[in-house]
Design a protein. Sequence first.
Length: 251
Amino acid sequence: MRIASFLLSLSLALPALAGEPLVVKSSDGKYIPAAAAEWAKAGDSYRFVLKSGIKAAEVASDLSARIAPITVRATDDLTLVFEGKDLTEAALLEKLATLPLGEKDKGKADAVAALSALGNEGPGLSDLSSAGSIRVSRAIDLPPEPTKKDDPQNLFGKVIHVCECGAVPSVVVKILRVPRKGPNAKAFWVGQTLSVRGYFKQKEGSAEPDDGDARTKINMGSRELKVGDKIWGRPLQKDGEEWILETVQKL
């Protein structure tokens, strides 16, 4: 990926950071992001989105043996999913705060840590050509007009978390009503918790969002969603642990 390669070359000119964990515990006992940008519960697992430039596959490899019996896997370039029997968020965060990245491989850790120094100045999730909805958007053939709310292929859900990362954020929802028709209707059930993201179209020859596209413009507005809001949208395709919806719209 050209953007990732560019970031890696930049990192060589930056001073390497000391091994940084995904989260750190503040003086008031709360856990705050470090190498991770956001995290949320998704069903029985926990989904972490990393800061731009940090490679999820490398972090998963670094942590896998050290965090056992909890399991960790990368679902795309920036996303980790942690799972374990009776795993609680408190227990997971407590463990992660004690595991600086790079203890397994110091050389690799220096490169990852240097990239993490870019923080919010680096590209957002939606700027990376392999990130969730951008990757699948290019392959989806859509009708001229967005699907209407009364379409039987839509699902309805309640927002329980918004990851404000990139032009089109990820939204964790609890399903209130499943699609009655469509190729993906059987993939959902009432009460299910899952992460969704709206369809994203890029401008020609650019990583910028094409706000001239009706669906992209609607989905860029999903960053205004709040916990407790109800949303609807037609599921198009699953990408790792996340579902891409044609639009994510507030009821």
